[in-house]
Design a protein around this ligand. Sequence first.
Ligand SMILES: [Zn+2]
Length: 263
Amino acid sequence: MIQDIFVKLKTLQDILSSKYEIEREIQEIPKALSTKKEMLTRLKKSYLEKNSLLEEAKDRIKHLKFLLDEVEAQREMYEKQMDVITTQREYEALDKEIKTATERGQQFRKDIIREEKERDEIVFSLEQEEKMIHEQETELEEELEKIKNESAKKEDLLKELEEKESEIVPGLDEDILFKFERIIKNKSGLGIVPVKNSVCTGCHMMLPAQFENNVRKRDEIMFCPYCSRILYYEEEMDEAVFNDEDSGSLADLVNADEINFDI
Ligand SMILES: [Zn+2]
């Protein structure tokens, strides 16, 4: 009788652990998508910010070039004036203006080179980000398509599993069922495990001798006191082999001992 329950529970265990896994996967779908969507939003925001930095850099270069043209035109004008001056004082004043204009021109050129370098760096990183945005968009589209297909499949599978579950569940004690479902949900899919060598194979804890005896008796469903899994007794492999091959001689030995003891 209890053996039948164990068989049912083991079948139910397989059904439930698949069911819970599919349910988890279905729940994870929107999370996986929202992570990707958030990343895309961040990338686009950063792209826009960099793009306005690029516009600012371009404006600064334009302005510097304008200043450079202006100062060069001034210098040329002064140089032309050199041809028509008459006094030493005029020469010195003009020479000073030319030097100043030349120095300012050199400074503008340096600034332009620096700004152009910065602009090129922004352009490069914009190209990289554009590529990444494109990749992320493609991935997101593919993911959406995949999810649409997979969700439909998963829902179908879930229905199948629920049908199988409803075939097995009738007749099982509701309390046991409730505990069993919770254990499977919490303990990575295993709700019923064998006791081997006095150890619960679910949590690997040594069970008290009296408790183990009760499991062996199969009078009632026993839950592991440490991990709450349902336990059933499984003969040790060694013992099983031993019993099959040498049960006769062992029985003889024990009997002989008992007889000797009694005498
Ligand atoms: Zn246990």
